[in-house]
Design a binder for this molecule. Structure first.
Ligand SMILES: [Zn+2]
Length: 331
């Protein structure tokens, strides 16, 4: 039991746990020591110290200290055993990421075995094999994932839990092109675009939502925000690597915060130009929210009825899209 607890504490370093719960700190004294406001009492002057090497904390304000489990007990007012259970659950995302990685790798292998999938990608304007590989795009023909993952040792309950298998025991994704969605370099969900008659868009229901499908935008001072993954793919293919995709037009506050993490950033919103004005309305609302967060927001006008994907399929070049960016209206 003691060895189990030691392993648990090693796998979730105290500092990492605190940072995941929005604790901000600065280095204090030696390189292992950090100090910040105490999460356990009303603190006005930073008095909460963490030694990352020893994996211990101590607060000079309220006089409390101890290890990760002690912190969880105090922070969440839980008894010892429940605190341990809570911490074990914190490990679940890493396990989920591994399962999703294996699933995505399997779907990637299927892509080249199914001409209907590669033909679909071509129709959507995706021709660059290196980019298809880089985005990790795969294909779910349906009917073979469950068997494959069973041979990898995954139980049916686990697959049901993850939403990869539906309640009838069939693969959740069938005849869909699959895009892995990443966060902090880990796969946190899969997006499946139907190539047949089924409902076009699907994410795994029990995985993480409200994310950027590609979030490696932090280094860019100018970001292009699009609705769909095919918009992102054709823009990357055309050289606009500063494109990110929120899978839809409604951004969560966490996504908004991520877009606003550089104060001098400009965001170009390139949503669909719908007949019912839904895309235009969403663009306007989002631009106002960004402006409220101090970010320069511009709305990109594409030719009527187009989204970035259809615009490039219709023959637009990188120069055409650059023109659209230059003509974008700043709010
Ligand atoms: Zn304290």
């Amino acid at each position: 039991m003691d060895a189990d607890l030691e392993r648990l504490k090693q796998r979730i370093p105290l500092l990492q746990y605190l940072q995941c719960h929005n604790w901000t700190a600065r280095r204090a004294g030696n390189r292992h020591e950090f100090v910040g406001l105490c999460p356990l009492h009303r603190d006005t002057r930073p008095s909460f110290y963490v030694n990352a090497h020893k994996n211990l904390f101590y607060c000079h304000g309220c006089g409390r200290g101890g290890d990760l489990i002690r912190f969880v007990q105090l922070f969440l007012s839980l008894p010892f055993h429940q605190s341990v259970e809570h911490l074990k659950q914190q490990l679940a995302p890493a396990r989920a990421a591994r399962l999703l990685e294996q699933t995505a790798a399997f779907y990637q292998m299927q892509l080249h075995r199914h001409p209907e999938a590669t033909q679909y990608l071509e129709r959507r304007g995706l021709r660059d094999p290196a980019l298809i590989e880089e985005l990790g795009i795969g294909y779910a023909p349906g009917g073979n994932l469950r068997r494959h993952l069973a041979t990898q040792g995954y139980s049916l309950e686990r697959l049901l839990d993850m939403g990869l298998i539906n309640n009838q025991g069939r693969d959740a994704f069938c005849r869909r092109v699959i895009f892995p969605c990443l966060q902090h370099g880990q796969i946190v969900n899969l997006y499946g675009r139907s190539i047949g008659v089924a409902y076009p868009h699907r994410l795994l229901p029990r995985s993480k939502g409200g994310l950027f499908a590609w979030e490696s935008i932090s280094s860019f001072s100018t970001v292009i925000l699009v609705e769909g993954l095919f918009d992102l793919a054709v823009l990357w293919q055309a050289g606009f690597r500063n494109t990110t995709c929120a899978i839809g037009t409604q951004l969560t506050s966490a996504q908004l915060a991520q877009l606003s993490d550089q104060p001098d950033r400009s965001v170009y919103i390139a949503f669909d130009q719908d007949d019912n004005q839904a895309g235009q309305k969403a663009s306007g609302q989002l631009a106002l929210r960004l402006k409220g967060a101090g970010i320069r927001a511009c709305i990109v006008q594409l030719p009527h009825g187009h989204d970035p994907n259809s615009y490039f399929i219709a023959g637009a070049t990188a120069a055409d899209f650059t023109d659209c960016l230059e003509r974008a209206q700043q709010l």
